[in-house]
Design a protein around this ligand. Sequence first.
Ligand code: SF4
Length: 404
Amino acid sequence: MSAWESSTQDAGSNIDWKENLPSLVGDLSSWSEHIQPIAEKVANGQRLTLSDGLLLYAHPNLSEVGRLSNCVRTARFDSYAFFNSNVHVNQTNVCVLACKFCAFRRSKRASDAYSLDVEAYLEDLAQYADFVDEVHSVGGLHPDWDVDHYESLFKASRQRFPHIAIKALTAVEIKHLSQLSNISFKETLQRLKDAGLGSLPGGGAEILDDGVRAVICNGKESSSEYLEIHRTAHELSIPTNCTMLFGTIETLEQRLMHMIQLRELNDDTHGFQCFVPYPYLPDHSRLPEAQLATGSEILRTIAISRLMLDSIPHIKAYRMNIGDELAELALQYGADDIDGTVQKESIMHLAGSTTPLDHDRIRLARLISDAGCIPVQRNTTYEKFEIFVPPVVKPRVKLKMANL
Ligand code: SF4
């Protein structure tokens, strides 16, 4: 099978993936004593608890945590690893908020503030339109752009580029539009969906703990508002992603409670398709008290996400944030999805990311194959899949050399 389709809910998972777990986990005696009770739960398809998560964070053998997470990943997706062809167009950096960790936002009067009107946005997108099937658009909370503006933008975009799905607007942007337009979250989302919005990215979840949020992103949507907006989107059949920003000031318990809240919401709605855990990048932004995350902690957090989030199909290694090398390794630590060809991106790069943006599909496929996985190109909402076979590169014609 080189191409297949799936429902939005399954998002490409093997339907009976839990039945694969006992053989993949194998003999419990092959696991160290510390982790055996958790390996047993995983083999039996049982949900892990907060204290299981803490035990995994404390387990001295990181590669064993990775091995266990990889059992779950393989049960769901065999050796497949997914990517798509997308471009990020960040429509404005003007924002009425000033989250402490954010290096992207500008005040309206800043010399490098920008706001792409509908035509400028379409012109930007037109440069990539032949190579992508998704545009990912998030930006600042513009003081003058209400839901009418985004309706016009999405309608125009779908009209001009019908093959490009729109994944746009984080929960706080939805909240901002609903406040500016004086309508409910539900009406905001419904109007945007009718105008062409296909799905929501998961950004802005940060850590779903209002104490942490008061320090790192004061004024953003509350934890319960984030969950309510995503619940409402799911109820309107708008699939969404969810994220976690870690390495700021949160505790391990807060990370795990964040995951638990997301998986419980998805028990009800089945609308989260992908979880994207990414570490705080310190450069140029303002959070000196951040603890930061090392490479091994990033891999461990990705692995634990896979093990804790049994109701969310995909775990993404967000290469725009963690870099290609770590993203490749993450595919052996529970991740199955890697951000797309991403022709253009601003937010992570202003925050210090050095990941190249010029990845084409062949390079991305190589990164996936080098990690021991099979590259599969997916559509934006994880319903259509096709194994990516790189085109055969013809050997160069040898130039005749003069006898020297
Ligand atoms: S993270 Fe988003 S809401 Fe916060 S300041 Fe940056 S652009 Fe504005």
